[in-house]
Design a protein around this ligand. Structure first.
Ligand code: ZN
Length: 349
């Protein structure tokens, strides 16, 4: 019998952050990679859209008018999922019907006044201003007494349920720590208690040694397709220097974060020559909490696309009932991404 081989035999991989297994079925990709990119049917957008509720100077559904902003612009979400002032309460019925009041704040961050841009099409200096706003918002919100976690994220593209193409992201700040972040904090803590080192610091050392799954990097940050990636082209953004949160990044770090995001999003767009959809977000904790647990600030980028601008991966069937599964190996995905041009396909035309 042949020796066990990650490139050809079905296997499962362990995600040490979420502590779950992912089924990998590389034999199903032995058919040759087609690599065809269907003609992208996206209509070019205008720089300003009078109907867009995020463009400078326009009126939002709430009746509030946006200022004529020229850089970034952050405001309270008009349709916030969380509200700051709600009556506190709890329900406990026979351990089965359990509910708790949850307060918080939801913010929207416009990345640019230009309606037609995306992170992939913005200059590094302009992305740096977005990073600065993220850092400011993180420290302002996490310093509020009734806030325990601040989730910064971007839903990009209609495929990810984003209804407005204007470049923007969201920030949800909660009274409690949401489950996924809570699981990660527990994993970092458990690892730190046993090994006296940081889980993602040790993981980054392994990735730097092999370089097999590194997609882009600079002196401060490294983006890899994690060994345990679920989505076909999922990546994780790691900081070379361990920090707990964005507020601990100095000016150079922030420019480097903008640079690595730019490098990554350009390659994503180039993969299928389309404005690449994804959900991207950062996991971070306040410095006090982070030093205790070996926690490292990091980003997760979850793109849904599988093979073309229109063919996406679905998380259905086995994945809803048993465990996540993928065909293309994380190593093969990293290899495809890193071979792409660092120049955006639209700039090459
Ligand atoms: Zn995480």
């Amino acid at each position: 019998m042949a020796k066990f081989d990650l490139t050809s035999h079905p296997h499962k991989r362990f995600d040490p952050l979420r502590r779950q297994w992912i089924l990998v079925s590389p034999h199903r990709t032995e058919r040759p990679w087609q690599g065809q990119s269907e003609a992208s049917s996206e209509d070019p957008l205008e720089r300003y859209d009078p109907k867009c509720y995020l463009c400078p100077g326009n009126e939002r559904a709430s009746g509030v008018r946006n200022p004529p902003y020229t850089g970034t612009f952050a405001f309270d979400n008009d349709f916030a999922a969380l509200q700051p002032d709600i009556p506190a309460g709890e329900i406990h019925e026979k351990e089965l019907l359990v509910a708790k009041s949850e307060s918080g704040t939801c913010r929207v961050v416009c990345f640019s006044p230009r309606h037609d841009l995306t992170l992939a099409r913005m200059e590094v200096a302009d992305i740096k201003r977005v990073v600065d706003v993220w850092a400011q918002e993180f420290s302002r919100l996490s310093n509020q007494p009734d806030i325990q976690s601040v989730q910064i994220f971007e839903n990009r593209g209609a495929m990810m349920g984003c209804s407005n193409p204007h470049p923007h992201g969201q920030i949800w700040a909660n009274q409690s720590v949401p489950d996924l972040l809570g699981q990660e904090i527990a994993s970092f803590q458990e690892y730190f208690d046993r090994k006296r080192s940081g889980l993602l610091e040790d993981y980054l050392t392994i990735e730097l040694e092999s370089a097999e799954r590194i997609v882009v990097s600079n002196d401060h940050f490294v983006v890899v397709v994690p060994f345990w990636a679920v989505w076909p082209f999922e990546t994780m953004l790691l900081s070379r220097r361990r920090v707990a949160c964005l507020s601990e990044l100095d000016d150079q770090d922030r420019t480097a974060l903008a640079d690595v995001l730019h490098q990554l999003t350009v390659r994503y767009d180039n993969l299928f020559q389309t404005s690449f959809p994804y959900t991207m977000g950062f996991h971070q904790v306040t410095p006090e909490c982070g030093n205790a647990s070996g926690f490292s600030f990091h980003g997760h980028i979850f793109p849904p696309l599988l093979r073309s601008p229109t063919i996406r991966k679905f998380m259905v069937g086995y994945e809803m009932l048993a465990s996540p599964q993928r065909d293309i190996t994380p190593e093969a995905a990293a290899d495809q991404l890193k071979q792409l041009s660092k120049v955006h396909y639209l700039s090459e035309r």
